[in-house]
Design a protein around this ligand. Structure first.
Ligand code: ADP
Ligand code: MG
Length: 291
């Protein structure tokens, strides 16, 4: 049977916009030592915008953009959505239909379009000497500003590069600080590059970050955090985050996240409100004292 103190904490939480899917999660939260956060959509707004679109000199930039957007139009990734929106504003042309498409989770997309082979995704998805020849270090410079970089390849030739900027939520820094004041260690996990992750981590003031994390690797990082910190929470919003949410002692989902994240999580924050995490911990600690 459920204790009155637990029931009261659960209903208190509900009133504050924190949904606990059971008393055991409050108990676990009260013993929390570390919290891992997904970057995109969790610490940041998850609504990236294109800031730079650069193509190889002498090439038809509009054609490259149209074809890239036509491929990304088939992907549900937030970067894909941003690129399609940018293209619709810049070009007044109907998108094309790719003949083939392969979504490579954590890396990018591959497609055949107009009998050409296209590959769009993160730097590590490509031959590094070709990247260097095309960008000459510009990608590092942009990534140091916290931008996410994506390269575009057509028939084995790098033809373009896109930079996206996603804004760190206005409440992120304060929310992280509150958790640190509660004695909790904070870590950011992201599939993004080292340079981008470093810039966002510095802005958020998390204690640690792990970059270039493939979706399946997030689970392993949460496991090793559990080995080092006993009680670990994971906060995320995406389909990709669900396995890591399930692996943590407490999985916390952003209320506007994907259905899979909401279903997998033990705790749901209504309205994506990060400061609610510290409130939830406070609530759980008070409940534990009463019990
Ligand atoms: P995160 O952990 O930041 O949410 P993901 O694991 O979803 O990131 O993706 C990691 C990286 O792979 C992205 O930063 C991007 O560079 C690349 N990527 C993934 N999907 C796409 C896509 N559809 N188009 C372009 N790049 C992509
Ligand atoms: Mg995310």
């Amino acid at each position: 049977s459920i204790m009155p103190a637990t029931l009261s904490a659960i209903s208190n939480g509900a009133r504050k916009g924190i949904l606990f899917k059971g008393g055991v999660h409050l108990e676990n939260l009260s013993h929390l030592k570390a919290i891992a956060f997904d970057k995109t959509g969790t610490l940041t707004k998850g609504k990236p915008e294109v800031t730079d679109f650069i193509t190889k000199p002498g090439m038809d930039a509009d054609e490259i953009l149209l074809k890239t957007a036509s491929i990304e139009n088939q992907s549900a990734h937030p970067l894909a959505t941003a690129l399609v929106n940018y293209t619709k504003k810049r070009l007044n042309q109907t998108l094309l239909q790719p003949e083939e498409l392969r979504d490579v989770s954590g890396w990018g997309v591959e497609a055949v379009l107009g009998s050409e082979n296209w590959k769009i995704g993160k730097t590590a998805f490509f031959d590094q000497s070709e990247i260097a020849a095309f960008a000459n270090g510009l990608e590092i410079q942009l990534a140091n500003e916290g931008k996410t970089i994506v390269f575009i390849q057509r028939n084995k030739e790098i033809v373009g590069m896109v930079a996206f900027k996603d804004i760190v939520r206005s409440e992120t820094k304060a929310a992280i600080k509150q958790l640190q004041d509660q004695g909790i260690y904070t870590i950011m996990l992201t599939g993004d590059s080292q340079a981008t992750a470093s810039a966002i981590a510095a802005e958020s003031k998390v204690d640690q970050y792990i970059a270039e994390c493939l979706p399946e690797e997030k689970v392993n990082h949460v496991k090793s955090l559990r080995d080092n910190y006993d009680n670990v929470a994971m906060v995320g919003d995406g389909i990709n985050d669900a396995p890591a949410l399930a692996t943590a002692n407490v999985g916390i989902a952003m209320g506007e996240g994907t259905d899979v994240a909401l279903e997998t999580a033990d705790v749901v924050l209504m309205k994506n409100d990060l400061p609610k995490i510290a409130e939830a911990i406070e609530l759980s600690r008070r409940m534990n004292k009463i019990i």
